[in-house]
Write a protein that binds this ligand. Structure first.
Ligand code: GLY
Length: 455
């Protein structure tokens, strides 16, 4: 069997890692374009295969970008790809599922129209509002003056804070929180006048800022059945204590306190009403939530796996990802057997200093990952590349170190103990030391020396 994984991040590496446990020596996992980690994995497997009877699939990086639908389609057709799993949102929003399906190729994910659940935030808010899904108060503007007036309303009422969001895809950067007129004006001008996110920011959503705890509630669906993954919590801000600019995500962990006991409520009030309107949707639905005093509110939907949430979740999935994926595509998710390890997992993102702003001066540094890692620790690559035979950092988020354990403190320890000069590192590395802090609590964080920001 040949599987194509589209994307180049830690999320895609964790999917490859899981598939590798399920496939055998007559199988190939292509990654387009993959990263330094998936490249090394392929080379290591080839070496291990020499003179042995290694029962593992081949892993091959394919130099086609994840948004190059034309060449991805050619590649899948010419290389007998039996299944394609798409990591990032951009190819889904551009219609990769439509293009592959038109050619009779088997692919996991929503169609272009269905992917609007992520690529048009205003349509999703309208849908949620119509379905009475709990959402923050919001308004939509396609004109800068109107946006300023709507935004000012949130400043002058309630908790006097608001959020400006680009309507379209902005690579995780199109969300700005404001608590003053100046901040509102800056965000609106960047999106609507300066078009820093291109056409994605021509229309904006102004939302009431909700004070609570964020959580990621991700489900598989075939349009009829819905099966949740283990709930997770991401850490979007760059620095400890949820300070600094928003990033793509600096770390994630499983089963946060925020969603404990709320799973059925989330399914009933948020997931099921929306899935009922999407009878042909086959893929992932990822609800970004804010939980306020035990009430979950939908902030947005994504149409793909979360990054770095997936890196924390894949090590705990006991069942076959291939079987679940095919069950979704074939519309028989109700028959899929889905089991999880009872452990917890915690993922720490190692980023290049400067990320999410300009980090170009800090790229090209050698990245060290010990050949042997302790049990219960996994390193997934993201922004890495092989240059002259050396592994170097090539992006903002470079590596994901995942610790597993019988509880969250053990998972935390298993992740962090391998980070540093004797272990996983590179020059100008930046990472948060407080992943999981909201659930781990003050005493634990104090015991590891990072308590000062918890009130
Ligand atoms: N964890 C944030 C995202 O995947 O969009």
């Amino acid at each position: 069997m040949n599987v194509l994984v589209v994307g180049s991040g830690g999320r895609e590496h964790s999917i490859v890692w899981k598939l590798l446990q399920e496939l055998g020596k007559s199988d190939t996992i292509y990654v387009a374009p993959g990263n330094g980690g998936t490249k090394i994995l392929g080379m290591d497997l080839n070496r291990a295969r020499l003179g042995t009877d290694l029962d593992k699939a081949c892993v091959v990086n394919v130099p086609i970008k994840s948004d190059d639908l034309k060449h991805l389609t050619y590649f899948a057709r010419n290389n007998d790809v039996d299944l394609t799993i798409v990591g990032p949102e951009a190819p889904l929003a551009a219609g990769i599922v439509d293009a592959f399906s038109y050619q009779g190729l088997n692919i996991f994910g929503p169609t272009k129209i269905e992917a609007r659940i992520e690529s048009s935030k205003s349509s999703t808010m309208r849908l949620a509002s119509r379905l009475k899904v709990p959402i923050p108060e919001y308004m939509v503007a396609e004109d800068r003056d109107i946006a300023m007036r709507c935004g000012r309303y949130f400043l002058q009422t309630g908790n006097q804070r608001g959020v400006v969001k680009a309507d379209g895809l902005a690579a995780g950067k199109g969300v700005k929180v404001y608590s003053s007129f100046e901040e509102l004006e800056k965000a609106v001008n960047e999106m609507m006048r300066d078009e820093v996110f291109g056409s994605a920011g021509k229309k904006v959503i102004l939302q009431r800022f909700l004070e609570g705890e964020e959580a990621s509630f991700i489900v598989w669906t075939d349009g009829k059945s819905v099966v949740p993954l283990i709930p997770t919590q991401d850490h979007k801000r760059a620095y400890d204590g949820d300070k600094g600019p928003n990033t793509g995500g600096m770390g994630a962990y499983t089963r946060p306190n925020a969603t404990r006991g709320l799973e059925q409520k989330i399914m009933r009030e948020i997931i099921h009403p929306v899935v009922e309107t999407l009878p042909n949707y086959r893929g992932i639905l990822y609800a970004g939530l804010m939980v306020v005093n035990g009430q979950p509110y939908l902030l947005e939907f994504n149409c793909r796996y979360g990054d770095p949430e997936t890196q924390a979740v894949m090590p705990l999935l006991k069942s076959s990802l291939l079987d679940i994926t095919n069950a979704c595509i074939d519309g028989r998710l109700d028959q899929a057997k889905i089991e999880w390890h009872p452990d917890e997992a915690l993922c720490v993102v190692l980023a290049t200093k400067g990320y999410p702003d300009d980090y170009s001066d800090n790229k090209g540094k050698e990245v060290y990952v010990p050949e042997r890692l302790p049990d219960n620790t996994i390193v997934y690559h993201a922004g890495t590349a092989l240059k002259d035979g050396k592994l170097v950092n090539s992006g903002g988020r470079v590596l994901n170190v995942v610790g597993k354990g019988k509880n969250l403190p053990v998972a935390y320890t298993n992740a962090y103990r391998v980070i540093g000069h004797d272990g996983v590192h590179f020059d100008n590395m930046h990472f948060r030391k407080d992943i999981g802090w909201r659930t781990l609590g003050n005493d634990f964080m104090e015991s590891v020396g990072v308590s000062k920001f918890i009130s």
